[in-house]
Every structure is written in structure tokens, then in C-alpha cells.
Design a protein around this ligand. Structure first.
Ligand SMILES: [Zn+2]
Length: 376
């Protein structure tokens, strides 16, 4: 068994769902919002737009609480046979057809993006007879389905309390009413991809734009492959920020999902992060690398190589997070330093007024997810 870092502090990973939504005004509890299900982060708190009677309002503060970890248990040695599985907890508030669909989606994701059983080496992953597993809680918005201590109602996240990590999924009334079946699928693919990242990266999800940009791209690649639709153009056009070009470092930390001084969201629906990720893929293709291989490098190899580096704790938006010197991985893997990439963002992918040139970064519609992740 490899030596482990003992006493790594508890981390709560914030994962915000990636629906395409317009930007609305000031975000605070009770203030009006425009689109149900929209999630916004401000001062390290998350707000979600919910329907209250006939009004749409931002719901209560979802402050991410840092949990003091208990004594770290001796990790169960993993064996070559250990296999990872999800445990489904689907509340009765979820309509039957959505529950069936959810299971189908998870089955497909398990086949096209297999979770590495090394995930069991993370102390916060639960085990049963040596086999790592993760609970998934799915409930309809507003349902009083699970104990508050277990899940965070109304949120979509990979949540943790320092001892256990689980996936929380909320099915919004709006999506059921508008029969937006692919919404849940895109969301599931987004959160699932964070579990995949964890399985490869020893829990280091840094920087933010690569963490969230890749998960967001996967949700769109998924809905494109299985439903023939994606929202990439929309997300980039409506939700990307000029700071991608003027101050890209801002997107290295999760706190950049918050608003800038003019009140405009900087990374709503991860429109900025996904643009940066897709531009990186294009930069690799300019080096003569195939599109499929460029995706594999950014979406898979980067996380594997980051896991080789020593970890430290970094403060981000008031939360402590595991970090590594990811710029090192970036440089050795992508054969360019981060600074050069940021400079290229502005010189190659910016339109007038610092608008993101989305046409230059869109992937091929024929790209299949399994071509990226399933070893040939
Ligand atoms: Zn996320």
C-alpha cells in the first residue's frame, strides 16, 4: 500500500449545475429571479431560483460549511479486485419515467466514462467489504426526502462531510413541467464527471476553470451524442466574461463564479470556464494533435498527472481546498506554460469588445465520449 497523507482537511466540493439561463439582477434571499433552477454563487454562498407560489425568488443561503474532520480512519487496503459502484437513493417524489431514465443515463455513463477504482484510496469515499461506493440521492425540488444532515436540499453537488462523499441531484419542477428530459441527463453527466475527476486526481480539483469547464463540456457532449442537442454556443455567448481575456487568473479559483463589481456574473453556468477548456483543446490541435487525443489529454491525462504532485491546502472563497502546483502538470503535459495559453486566449479567441469567439472553439459534433475515455 502506498503511503498516505493523513489528516487531509475536509473539503466540500461545490458543483453548480450547468443549465443555460439568462443573467438576472442582484442575488439575495427573497429577491426576484427569472428562471427556476438557476444557481448563482456569491460570497461563497449558493443561491437557487425557486418558485414560491406564483413568484420566482432566490432561495435561502446555501453556505458551504467547513466540517472539522474526525480522526482519519486507517484506510482499508484496496485490492486489484476492488470495484467502484454507485448506490441509488431515488425518492418517491421523482416521477417514474425520470427514475428509469436516470438509471439508464448512469448505466451509459458508467460504460463511456468508467470510474477508476483508485477512487477508493480517497479517505472520504465509503467502502463496503473493501469495495468503494458512493450514494446518490435524487429527489424532486421541494420534496422533504432525506435528512438534512445527509443531503443538501435543492442543490446539485458532489457533497462531503470529511468522512463521506455523496452526489446530490435535484429534479426541478420546471423541467418536469416543460418535459425537459435532457436537462437531468446533462446535469447527471456534469456531476458524474466530477466523480470521475476525483477517481483520477486524488481529490484535487484545481484549477476551477479546468474542473468545471470539463464537467460542463461533458454534459453538452453527452446531450449532443444522445439527444442531438447542446447549449455550448448559448452558454459561451451569454455567460462568458471579458475577464477571460483581461484577467484569466480569476478563473483559477471557485470564487470567480461570483459577480464582478458591475454586478455581472463572471462564470454563470460556467460559460467562461467551458470556453477556456475548449480553447485549450484547440491550442493542442494546433500542435498537430488529433481532436480525440487533445480531449483525452485535457479531460483525463491532466487529472492523472496532477495526482502525482504533492498536495497542499489552499483557501478559496473562505473554504479550504486540496491543491497542487497544477501549472507544472499543465506545462509538461500541454507543452506550453499557462501564461502563454492565457496570452493566446486574447490573441486567438477574442472578438472586438472582448467577446468570446465561440465559433473558434466548438468541438466536432461527431466526437463520441467513449473515444475520449475508453481505452482502446
Ligand atoms: Zn460542477
Amino acid at each position: 500500500m502506498k503511503p498516505r497523507i493523513i489528516g487531509v482537511l475536509a473539503i466540500l466540493t461545490l458543483s453548480i449545475s450547468a443549465t443555460a439561463m439568462p443573467v438576472s439582477a442582484a442575488v439575495k434571499v427573497g429577491a426576484k429571479c427569472k428562471v427556476v433552477g438557476q444557481i448563482k454563487a456569491k460570497n461563497s454562498k449558493e443561491f437557487i431560483c425557486i418558485a414560491k407560489g406564483k413568484k420566482l425568488v432566490w432561495s435561502k443561503d446555501k453556505t458551504v460549511k467547513k466540517v472539522v474532520p474526525q480522526v482519519t480512519p486507517t484506510p482499508t487496503p484496496t485490492t486489484a479486485q476492488a470495484s467502484f459502484s454507485f448506490k441509488y437513493n431515488i425518492d418517491k417524489s421523482v416521477p417514474k419515467d425520470y427514475a428509469i431514465k436516470f438509471r439508464d443515463t448512469m448505466k451509459i455513463l458508467g460504460e463511456v466514462i468508467p470510474i477508476d477504482s483508485k477512487i477508493g484510496e480517497n479517505a472520504e469515499i465509503s467502502k463496503e467489504s473493501g469495495n468503494p461506493f458512493m450514494n446518490i440521492y435524487v429527489a424532486r425540488e421541494g420534496a422533504n426526502a432525506w435528512p438534512v444532515t445527509v443531503t443538501r436540499h435543492g442543490e446539485n453537488c458532489i457533497c462531503g462531510n470529511g468522512r463521506e462523499t455523496w452526489m446530490n441531484l435535484t429534479l426541478y419542477n420546471y423541467d418536469i413541467e416543460s418535459n425537459n428530459v435532457s436537462f437531468l441527463d446533462g446535469l447527471v453527466a456534469h456531476e458524474y464527471f466530477h466523480v470521475y475527476q476525483k477517481s483520477l486526481s486524488k481529490d484535487v480539483l484545481r484549477p476551477k476553470w479546468l474542473t468545471e469547464g470539463t464537467a460542463t463540456a461533458i454534459s453538452d457532449l453527452y446531450t449532443n451524442q444522445y439527444y442531438g442537442q447542446w447549449d455550448l454556443e448559448w452558454k459561451i455567448q451569454n455567460d462568458s466574461s471579458k475577464f477571460i481575456f483581461t484577467n484569466p487568473k480569476l478563473f483559477e479559483k471557485f470564487e470567480s463564479s461570483e459577480e464582478d463589481s458591475t454586478g455581472k456574473a463572471m462564470d454563470s453556468n460556467y460559460g467562461s470556464s467551458v470556453f477556456m477548456v475548449l480553447a485549450l483543446v484547440k491550442e493542442l490541435q494546433k500542435q498537430g494533435i488529433s481532436e480525440q487525443r487533445a480531449f483525452e489529454m485535457v479531460f483525463k491525462d491532466f487529472w492523472v498527472e496532477n495526482a502525482q504532485l504533492p498536495q497542499f491546502i489552499e483557501l478559496d472563497g473562505g473554504n479550504e481546498k486540496n491543491a497542487v502546483d497544477w501549472q507544472k502538470t499543465f506545462k509538461s503535459l500541454f507543452k506550453m506554460d499557462v501564461k502563454t495559453f492565457y496570452a493566446h486566449l486574447q490573441s486567438e479567441y477574442s472578438l472586438t469588445d472582448y467577446k468570446a469567439d465561440y465559433k473558434k472553439v466548438l468541438p466536432s459534433k461527431s466526437l463520441k465520449i467513449q473515444d475520449i475515455f475508453v481505452s482502446k
